[in-house]
Design a protein around this ligand. Structure first.
Ligand SMILES: [Zn+2]
Length: 252
């Protein structure tokens, strides 16, 4: 098991960088939570812990002590910049040596492969969270909220997703994480209200389908099967379509 500690910068009374209607604390939390889901959903043998999961005030000492007592294999602090500039940069503690330098090389490169930011370089700094952690630690600065180009990018969910993906690719490459084999889930509906999902599930049951209502991504999804082979999912999907259901196959 690889234990990844993700630290969304700032929070609560500390908004971090502010500009163009953006607050660093919100961006870092969105990125961290999405990164956690992506790692847990798509990769084997990885454990994730976060320094905060809400908009709350957490001291730097609390962040590093939680990671240290959990005995994380890696500490990843996520930040967004301000103060004039544009693009992506990453930090490790000065003269820390390997393997931290190697992790920085790999993760920095993987992020810039998928995130359209200028490369501001791999840097070192005597930051508290880099100094006081007992495991290799990296801090990423993902664009500048006070730069119009960067801010416009950071307002796009697709762009945030590329940042998440880049961090995940970097961690996977650095720690040799293997991908879970995909599961193809055949679904006939997704609802905000559970009773609507239950009602559709009952209808499908009455037509001979096995059903399960899954609560995922804040929706109640009506699933009639899950397969590791795509062909099998497609066969069932066709059968449900012929019976008059709206069908889609969700891959995860
Ligand atoms: Zn910050």
């Amino acid at each position: 098991m690889v234990k990844i500690f993700i630290d969304p910068g700032h929070g609560g009374i500390d908004p971090g960088a502010v500009g163009n209607g953006l607050q660093e604390k919100n961006l870092t939390l969105d990125i961290a939570l999405a990164l956690e889901s992506l790692l847990l959903n798509e990769y084997e043998n990885v454990l994730v812990q976060l320094s905060r999961r809400n908009d709350e005030t957490v001291s730097l000492m609390q962040r590093t002590e939680t990671a240290n007592s959990w005995e994380a294999d890696f500490f990843l602090s996520i930040h967004v910049n301000a103060g004039g500039g544009s693009g992506f940069e990453s930090y490790i503690f000065p003269d820390v040596g390997s393997p931290t330098t190697t992790y920085q090389d790999i993760i920095h490169e993987e992020i810039l492969k998928v995130v359209e930011f200028p490369d501001r370089g791999q840097k070192t700094a005597d930051f508290y969270v880099l100094r006081e952690t007992t495991m290799p630690a990296l801090l990423t600065e993902n664009g500048f909220v006070d730069n119009n180009d960067d801010a416009n990018k950071l307002k796009s969910a697709t762009f945030i997703n590329s940042i998440v993906k880049g961090h995940a690719n970097g961690l996977a490459n650095a720690f040799g994480l293997t991908k879970k084999s995909p599961i193809y889930k055949v679904q006939i509906g997704a609802f905000k209200e559970k009773r609507n999902a239950d009602s559709l599930a009952n209808k499908a049951k009455s037509k001979g389908f096995e059903t399960a209502v899954m609560n995922r991504d804040r929706l109640f999804k009506v699933q009639i099967g899950a397969f590791s082979k795509k062909d099998n999912a497609e066969t069932l999907a066709q059968k449900a379509k012929n019976t008059g259901f709206d069908v889609f196959i969700d891959q995860e």
